[in-house]
Design a protein around this ligand. Sequence first.
Ligand code: 5AD
Ligand code: SF4
Length: 404
Amino acid sequence: MSSFSISTLGCRANQADSERLSQMLRAAGMQELPAGEAVDCALVNTCTITAEADRKSLKMIRRRLREARVVIVTGCGVTERGGIAGLPEGAFAVSPQEHKRILDILAGENISVGESSEPDDRQHRTRALIRVQDGCDHFCSYCIVPYVRGAVRSFDCDELVHQVQRLERDGYKEIVLTGIHLAKWGLELEPRRDLAYLVGRFLESTSAVRFRLSSVEPISFPRSLIDLMRECPERLCPHLHLPLQHASDRILKRMRRGYTLDEYDELAQMFLSVPGACMTTDILLGFPGETEEDMDILSAYLERTPYYHLHVFPYSRRPGTAANTYKDQVPEQLKKERVERIIALGERSKERVLSAFRGTKRPVLVERLVPGTDLVTGTADNYISVSFPGDASMLGQIICAVIS
Ligand code: 5AD
Ligand code: SF4
């Protein structure tokens, strides 16, 4: 039996793609091994969101070239429109739109692919990710994604419904909807649909599995999604990752985010009024022209908004994007200091959110045993990590537990 491994960098959309790739290769009779082991084929699913992501992707490819007979590189680093410069020789580049070609490449390299005779025996099915659309046409001035991923394309609703029904039948307890710009799902379809319609279809065509949204951009966010969370909280998790990037209207405008702080905050407050709601976000620091005054505006907003987690990025110049040409770039050292400041603020915010939830009960999807203890750990519907006494029989189950 031939073997493969997958290394995934970047966002949830990439993780969803890696799950599909794993399924495809296992269905072709190959065995999956942990990344890092000697394998016939190593797949590297790359990310190019920042210069740091490029570096990590390249490092991973070079490492896998030493361990695998064939290395296949995919993800945002190798799209038809562009990606990471200077990919090492000896690796096959396959864009995310042509994954089916991978089987032909393997056959051409004399790696046996056929059909699996064995049932998929992955244990404790917990969380599955599905990708519902590709592309972004928003062109925030700092972002490379629209260039590498191209225009928005919504995946077919009926096919997605079949996918989630299959995942529920396979025993998954939670399905995470991912996309490059999730809030754009359906907007270009005829008749026009939106993400709330898709989630509604998922809810009515499954019976118990719960759904979670990964990052949803505030722009084009369908408000009726929040009504769905309020109406069926046990099926649609009251968690939102709502990227803010900055709180200074001047910076938001230069970033071309398409909203003001007030507009963002109105949406955030609407979501936070859902019982149990818990919010996380992305913050981008050191954007060209950012002053101490902008930092004060950001700190003040973060102090008064209950974020459970901040994903803080130092701004990275991406060739080809508008902001790369801006003259007033922030020195690296200052970026670093600002990142550290906001990370510390984020930790205090997390503490505040946790203390507000302490003692309350939430449905927790149990994912792991904590080694050396009699505890299990998992993720509550609202994304809070919870540990509590338990055993292996609880793995993959949703159990009501107290947040401590
Ligand atoms: N530099 C730093 N962070 C970036 N992001 C996107 N582009 C850049 C960049 N050029 C961050 C944003 C986005 C997240 C996925 O990545 O915060 O929300
Ligand atoms: Fe990038 Fe903005 Fe599109 Fe998000 S919405 S992928 S940050 S351009």
